[in-house]
Design a protein. Structure first.
Ligand code: CP
Length: 343
């Protein structure tokens, strides 16, 4: 049984807008403290087990660094180091055993089903480090793909860089690329969360690559209960470029459409590419984001990637501040004996 105060970060839809806002405040406070040279061991001796069945640079390094900086320890476990990786032990038993020893689990898996099983069998909080099915057999094309910790870093970056005088709920966010159900785990979470915060989301893609009517209806209904942000799909990025505060793009996994690299490029680029032509229509205050890693001169041209409106590297760095805030928000309340640090 999980402690009654534990919460997981599996689907952001399980988090209220109030909790998301509290979490963002925590991330920003910890970043401000770091900038003032204050680093508190809020998670002293806490152990995070990190399970990966996919590669990672940012997610692994940011969680491991965050745990060390908070006074705890992160343990890297991949398929070659766990019996589950060779099929000798099932994932439910693995989660039960790890959670009987570690204080929290972070897991990245191809399959959301695996993460759900870890959540169901863990006695400690579980944080999703991304479910991103690359192949049909892992659920590619299903709405159930998530990258919650990336989206928290996206929001920190947007709060830091939004035009003066604007609130999150005043922002317009444009996604360019594949917006179809389950084809980009990060956009799936943008689409479901941002309108709940009042952010207007524009999906610019060929119509065939728009979210389904069913998914749009679900996200609009969730938004109506909270921030009521608008969701618009368009085949013409220029239609809304002048109103956009943040342009965001990601990798098109064309292999899964059974088309060649050349064919995929022609479908999406240059029309849905973030390039100088698009940015010439954008406000000077607009920023360009990408979760990375990405493909230069596919979704972003070199001149934009390295240009003055690129926030690609600051967004990458904010993965660290997102993880610190997430770990503290989820785990610190149970370590009340450390409350003197905040006095
Ligand atoms: N954006 C992201 O999750 O990066 P990594 O795959 O490097 O962790």
């Amino acid at each position: 049984m999980k402690h009654e105060h534990y919460m997981d970060m599996n689907r952001l839809s399980d988090w209220s807008v109030e909790q998301i806002n509290e979490l963002l405040d925590t991330c920003l406070l910890l970043k401000e403290m770091e900038e003032k040279g204050v680093r508190l061991p809020l998670l002293k001796d806490v152990v995070l087990a990190m399970m990966f069945d996919q590669q990672s640079t940012r997610t692994r390094v940011s969680f491991e660094t965050a745990m060390t900086q908070l006074g705890g320890h992160a343990m890297f476990l991949d398929g070659s180091s766990l019996h589950a990786g060779s099929g000798q032990e099932d994932i439910a038993e693995t989660a039960a055993i790890i959670s009987s020893m570690a204080d929290a689990i972070m897991i990245r898996s191809l399959s959301q089903r695996v993460i759900d099983e870890v959540v169901a069998n863990s006695t400690v909080p579980v944080i999703s480090g991304m479910s991103c099915a690359l192949f049909q057999e892992d659920g590619f094309g299903s709405q159930e793909q998530h990258h919650p910790t990336q989206v928290i870093a996206d929001l920190i970056t947007m709060i830091e860089r939004k035009p003066a005088g604007k609130k999150l709920s005043d922002l317009t966010f444009m996604w360019l690329g594949d917006g179809a159900d389950g084809f980009d785990c990060v956009f799936m979470d943008h689409l479901s969360l941002f309108p709940r915060l009042g952010i207007r989301v524009i999906c610019a893609a060929p119509k065939k690559f728009w979210p389904s009517d069913e998914l749009l209806a679900k996200c609009r209904a969730q938004a109506a209960e909270d921030g009521n942000g608008e969701i618009i799909c368009t085949e013409d990025p220029l239609e809304y470029a002048g109103e956009t505060d943040f342009f965001y793009t990601g990798v098109v996994n064309y292999h899964n459409y059974g088309v060649s690299e050349e064919e995929a490029f022609k479908v999406f680029y240059p029309k849905y590419q973030i390039n100088a032509d698009l940015m010439a229509h954008a406000p000077k205050s607009a920023w360009v984001l990408h979760y990375l890693p990405g493909n230069r001169n596919w979704e972003l041209t070199d001149e934009v990637w390295d240009g003055p409106q690129s926030a690609l590297l600051p967004l990458g760095e904010n993965r660290l501040y997102a993880q610190r805030g997430i770990l503290v928000y989820i785990l610190w309340p149970l370590r009340r004996n450390t409350s003197e640090y905040l006095k």
